[in-house]
Design a protein around this ligand. Structure first.
Ligand code: HPA
Ligand code: ZN
Length: 338
């Protein structure tokens, strides 16, 4: 069968490893939930909200993203949000999703931790039953808040530890280095969580090094600024530290001016384990398949390179070695018949 590239990308089994569930909140759902929950929005219409999706940098995005997330108030909201994402992800060939959530955004509005985790978790279980999509949940600390606030959040989450695989670090990177959260991540590791962190999106390559050395992370989220430091790239290749790259996000937040300038292909050719992800798809103009398609076109990737990216996503996941093996064979079968 000769498939179009769009159909090839959608059909290719892949994992999504960098996805903020709050970043899947589409404008229509923002208004629907604002109405349901009596939350006053600083936007007059769906169109006015969409018009605000014109970002200068990470912070200008975060302002809109936190305003949107404020409409999520009860367990059913988190279920609806996560379910809508899983339906889209299934359509795009996602077979395994590792999902970030930002509990501090919600507990600050008085939403109980149990409602946040319970709603997301219930949808993930429904998604596994309906689509066979396996999942991990990653609790992210907001790095613009204090380490003490993060520690308190970790303690509040401990009763739900069975639902959570890893902790991560997101929000405003510049001026909030990984080392600020050294003791929180040490505690999280003692409690049995894996760790990841956003680093090298807007922050310098040293933040990537710090995330590895001080926070003991298994993956770097974004990490694209590693390119400024040859010794660091060598280390990422040697240790096969995965980078969860988000191409549409990087262009929308002006990490790269144009998609043609993106360094994903260069990093791939240097042997870095790069993966493709959607970050906040409701805000950045596309879900995971659109991200693959955007780099395929702008960087003139081959289908073999697209397959390599999908393989990397499975290998970089927190799935067991046996599960990784199963999906590698499924990818081989897909390629053989595509
Ligand atoms: N970077 C930092 N924090 C975030 C992001 C991001 O890309 N998306 C949602 N929170
Ligand atoms: Zn992110």
């Amino acid at each position: 069968m000769i498939r179009s590239i769009g159909s090839f990308i959608r059909g290719l089994p892949k994992a999504e490893l960098h996805l903020h569930i709050e970043g899947t909140l589409e404008p229509e759902m923002v208004f629907e939930l604002a109405h349901k929950n009596g939350v006053l929005l600083p936007y007059s219409s769906v169109q006015a909200l969409r018009d605000a999706y014109n970002f200068d940098d990470l912070q200008s995005f975060l302002d809109v993203y936190y305003a949107g997330a404020a409409v999520l108030r009860d367990e059913s909201d988190f279920h609806a949000l996560t379910w809508a994402y899983l339906c889209k992800a299934h359509d795009q060939g996602v077979v395994h999703a590792e999902i970030f959530f930002d509990p501090q955004t919600h507990t600050a509005h008085g939403v109980p931790m149990a409602a946040v985790i319970g709603g997301i978790r219930r949808a993930l279980v429904d998604g596994e039953r309906a689509f066979g999509i396996t999942h991990r949940l990653i609790l992210c600390f907001l790095r613009h808040l204090s380490a003490a606030d993060a520690m308190q959040t970790l303690e509040e989450a401990l009763p739900h530890a069975a639902a959570i695989s890893a902790v991560g670090l997101d929000s405003a990177e510049s001026g909030n280095p990984p080392a600020k959260f050294a003791s929180v991540f040490a505690r999280a590791r003692r409690e049995g969580f894996l760790t990841v962190a956003h680093a090298g999106e807007e922050g310098p390559p040293d933040y990537i090094r710090e995330a590895l050395d001080v926070l003991g992370v298994s993956r770097i989220d974004h990490g694209v600024r590693c390119e400024e430091d040859a010794a660091l790239i060598e280390r990422l290749v040697r240790e096969q530290v995965p980078l969860t790259v988000c191409p549409l996000s990087n262009v929308m937040l002006k990490v790269f001016e144009r998609m043609q300038d993106h360094n994903l292909k260069r990093l791939l050719h240097l042997g870095v384990c790069v993966t493709v992800n959607s970050d906040d798809p409701a805000y950045f103009g596309g879900y995971v398949a659109e991200n693959y398609l955007a780099v395929y076109r702008a960087l003139e990737l081959s289908r073999a390179e697209i397959v390599q990216l999908a393989r990397n996503s499975i290998r970089a996941s927190f799935l067991s070695a046996a599960e990784v093996g199963v999906w590698m064979r499924r990818i081989d079968q897909f390629v053989a018949t595509a």
